[in-house]
Design a protein around this ligand. Structure first.
Ligand code: FE
Length: 348
């Protein structure tokens, strides 16, 4: 934990700001990161960044309230770079006024336009497919579309997590972007009536429910399958993963819905130059490779390969719609989830 070798310091919430301010004042070779991503997940990336640039990194890990915190810190906020998952949180950061626009040739070259804010207030670093987990035993289908999830042939067979969870809202927003709100409302009603039970748990719990025979198909993010397959801490998750196969919805037509993890430059970044260097690094081939290997996500960099585990799921053909256009439908998606009563589960 020395400054020279790079310190990954996960500060406690209380007193973190003063610790970061002290750090920033001590040296100009630093960058302060406010992160919703777990420290152990980003540590290998930051180690490599420090090795390449000599710039040390300070991490404040938060599980909520990032926008409120930076807002409260105001002009003196030590935050340089924000790291988070999901278009919802990146949009929240932009709309909350805690980011600033970046126009950087390197970053723009590394990250496809589809996965960055047109105004430069956020940038995607990895993508994750919202895929279908299907029972290996009971589902013979090899391809499926999101649209078909409303087909009565799946009645009583589908499991999902909370319909208002940002992962599902992202998918439903993409349905609106492709088909409009009226179609999506009808589709959500069909999906609701195909549910085996009330939406519940996380994505991994849906695989567990498939193993238990409670449902045959489920919606889940692609990386969880890699995380379950390799989970030494909770080996029972390997069994959940072994019960399912990954189907990439709409692989044969408009492509599978993807969401992103991403970054933003904080509004008052005191170490702006170092922050830009970190942003350039995170989009670089080196960093993209680390992301792919450690977290089972898809690199955003064109031509960068996913890990072997992820390749084993098959090829991802991502929906080409810009994430910003999808995100614009999030509010409507959320209203429709309530309107059709998705979280109440199937009507008997
Ligand atoms: Fe997740």
């Amino acid at each position: 934990m020395t400054i020279k070798t790079h310190a990954l310091r996960a500060f406690l919430l209380a007193g973190a700001a003063s610790a970061l301010v002290a750090g920033a004042a001590r040296a100009d070779g630093e960058v302060n990161i406010y992160s919703y991503r777990q420290p152990d997940l980003i540590a290998p990336l930051l180690d490599e960044f420090t090795k390449e640039t000599g710039i040390s990194t300070n991490v404040l890990f938060l599980d909520k309230g990032l926008v409120e915190r930076i807002t409260a810190e105001g002009a003196n906020s030590p935050a340089d770079v924000i790291l988070t998952v999901d278009i919802s949180r990146l949009t929240e950061a932009k709309d909350g006024g805690v980011t600033q626009a970046v126009t950087d040739e390197t970053v723009n070259k590394e990250i496809p336009a589809q996965y960055r804010d047109p105004d430069g207030n956020w940038f995607g670093l990895t993508t994750r497919g919202r895929v279908v987990y299907a029972s290996k035993e009971r589902v013979s289908d090899t391809d499926i579309t999101y649209e078909e999830l409303a087909d009565p042939k799946w009645k009583g067979k589908i499991c999902i997590r909370d319909g208002q969870h940002s992962y599902n809202i992202g998918l439903f927003a993409s349905m609106i972007a492709h088909h409009g709100a009226d179609y999506t409302e009808t589709w959500l009603k069909g999906l609701k009536n195909n549910l085996a039970k009330k939406p519940d748990g996380g994505d991994r719990d849906q695989a567990k429910a498939i193993l238990a025979g409670e449902c045959d198909i489920a919606l889940g993010n692609s990386y969880y399958v890699g995380l379950m397959m390799t989970n030494e801490k909770e080996p029972e998750q390997k069994e959940w993963a072994a019960a399912i196969k990954v189907l990439f919805p709409n692989a044969k037509d408009r492509g599978t819905h993807v969401n992103i993890s991403g970054m933003a430059l904080a509004k008052n970044a005191p170490n702006r130059d170092n922050a830009l260097k970190l942003m350039q690094f995170l989009g670089s081939a080196d960093a993209q490779k680390i992301y792919a290997e450690k977290v089972y996500e898809y690199p955003v960099a064109p031509g960068a390969e996913p890990s072997d585990v992820v390749k084993g799921f098959g090829a991802l053909k991502a929906d080409p719609l810009p994430l910003a256009d999808i995100a614009a439908n999030r509010k409507t998606a959320s209203e429709l989830v309530d309107k059709v009563g998705l979280n109440e589960g199937p009507e008997m």
